[in-house]
Every structure is written in structure tokens, then in C-alpha cells.
Design a protein. Structure first.
Length: 297
């Protein structure tokens, strides 16, 4: 949606309230909104400057609110949870509590409210866990559907009460959620597989002092940013894991040295993959501090 085309009109407070929203800002923000209504849903296409809006529609048990990012990033808060929503991501929240939608910069989004969910609710509500990236096909279908209904409604001032259309739209959103979950699972499985490959490489090559994050990425055939994503999925980093394996190796060698006196500190550092005894001691200290913190010491 482009606010600069000259065909869009900024809404006032009364119009915003008729769409089910109230501004929380002292100065009313610039907002462009188009909407369509049926017996089962309300659809909106909204662009706003930096703003904080709260829903004013009464809470409903068997209903859901769906927000899809178009351009920019916004934040959706409901109850005690808050989510960042970038472009092409879908978020489903229940309609039994007020929703606050905010953005620090301009943000465009689609907004749907579905009432009296029945057959499709078990599928649609699978997205309650947080934002999901929409597969391109479903993003394009949802964008085309939303743009079509709101444009037609604005031009002809009509309601969409065709039951087949209503069912088809709910089926589209349910299918989009199911497919986004399937794609996410495949991506998670792939990240897990690559993580195990990376750990095996680290275990085999941590004693090589030349091994670093860049070399690990090259060995796996991935970019450095993607390598970080692989490790972030396991709540760690490649550098941390390389260092952890070197520390474990050094501690084992230190224990062996204490028993047999075979290795000097310099030899322990070299055999463990550290470039100096100072780096080894610093890494061991960090590892011990982290271990103590995780145990609540």
C-alpha cells in the first residue's frame, strides 16, 4: 500500500474507531486504512506512521485476530506477551483480550478478524505460538485476497456475505498456517542436522589452532551468517563451541599432566588448539564462570 499515490486518505479518530482501534498517542498519527466486512470476518489493509493503537472491539471467545506484515516491522502485544512482526510473517492471537499494535517507524500490514471459528479453528490457532514466515505462495494468495476484497468494498460499499467465499478465505488462512509450520519444521530439522555436522568437525579439528569461525563455515560449505543461524537455533555460537571443546581438551590434559608431569602448560595450550597459555587460561576461567552461573552458584 502506497500512501503517496494521492488516492489514499488519512483516517481521522472517528474512522479509526469504526475500524475497531483507538490511538494511544498524544498526537494522532498518520494512518491510511481500507477495510471489508462480512458476517464471518473483517479485513483491513493499514499503513501508519510511528503509532500505538489498541483494539476496541469487545472480547470474543471463539474468534481470532490475524496480523500479516507487509512492509517494515511492527509489534503486537496481547496479555503479557509481545511479538515483533516483520514483512511476510503471520501472527494469530485470540480475541478474548485487547491487542496493542505499535511501530516506531512506518509499518504496513494486513489485519483480519475471524468470528465463530468452527472447522478451521484447530488449524488456524496452530499459529498462536508466535510469528510464522509465510511460504511465498500463501503470502501472495493472502495479499491478493486481502487487496481484492478491501478494494472492492471501498469502491462499491458492499459486504461479503457469500458463505462459500467466507469458507474459502478461512481455509486459505488455515492452509497458510499449516504450511508455514511445515516449512519451519523442515528448516529446524535442517539446522539441527547442520549443527551436528559442525560439532563433529569441531570435535575432530579443535586442536588445529587455525580453526576459527570462518574456516568452520568454509568446511561446512555455508556462509558465516548462516553458520551463526545454525548455532543460534541451539542457543549458542560457533566461536563458543570451538572454545568449549578446546577448554575440555585442555582440562583433560592438565589432569593428565598433574598425574604424570608429561606436559608443560605451553604444550597443553598447543595440543588443545590455543595460540598461547594466556588465551587458554582466560578461556578456562570463562568456562568455569559460565558453569558456576548455570548452576546458580
Amino acid at each position: 500500500m502506497n500512501k503517496k499515490t494521492g488516492t489514499d486518505i488519512f483516517v481521522d479518530e472517528q474512522r479509526l474507531r469504526s475500524l475497531g482501534w483507538k490511538s494511544l498517542d498524544r498526537r494522532f498519527p498518520r494512518i491510511v486504512a481500507h477495510s471489508a466486512v462480512s458476517q464471518k470476518w473483517v479485513a483491513s489493509r493499514i499503513w501508519s506512521s510511528a503509532s500505538h493503537l489498541t483494539s476496541t472491539t469487545p472480547p470474543r471467545r471463539r474468534a481470532a485476530r490475524v496480523v500479516i506484515g507487509i512492509e517494515g516491522t511492527g509489534r503486537v502485544a496481547v496479555r503479557d506477551r509481545s511479538y515483533d512482526l516483520p514483512a511476510k510473517h503471520i501472527l494469530v492471537v485470540r480475541s478474548d483480550s485487547p491487542v496493542v499494535i505499535s511501530c516506531e517507524k512506518s509499518w504496513a500490514r494486513f489485519y483480519w478478524e475471524f468470528e465463530d471459528l468452527e472447522r478451521g479453528d484447530s488449524l488456524l490457532l496452530h499459529a498462536l505460538q508466535g510469528p510464522r514466515l509465510l511460504p511465498d505462495l500463501y503470502w501472495n494468495l493472502i495479499a491478493a485476497t486481502t487487496n481484492t476484497v478491501v478494494t472492492r468494498a471501498e469502491q462499491n460499499d458492499i459486504r461479503f456475505d457469500d458463505p462459500f467465499l467466507n469458507e474459502s478465505i478461512l481455509t486459505l488462512f488455515s492452509a497458510a498456517v499449516v504450511n508455514s509450520l511445515a516449512v519451519e519444521k523442515l528448516r529446524t530439522d535442517e539446522l539441527s542436522r547442520r549443527f551436528l555436522e559442525a560439532i563433529q568437525l569441531i570435535e575432530a579439528r579443535h586442536s588445529d589452532r587455525a580453526l576459527n569461525v570462518a574456516q568452520l563455515a568454509r568446511a561446512l560449505g555455508v556462509s558465516i551468517p548462516h553458520l551463526h543461524r545454525i548455532f543460534a537455533a541451539q542457543d549458542t555460537t560457533p566461536g563458543r563451541e570451538i572454545e568449549r571443546h578446546r577448554v575440555l581438551s585442555a582440562q583433560a590434559l592438565i589432569t593428565s599432566r598433574q598425574r604424570s608431569g608429561r606436559h608443560s602448560a605451553e604444550a597443553v595450550a598447543r595440543l588443545s588448539g590455543f595460540t598461547s597459555t594466556r588465551r587458554m587460561r582466560d578461556a578456562i576461567q570463562r568456562h568455569e564462570e559460565d558453569s558456576a552461573a548455570s548452576l546458580g552458584a
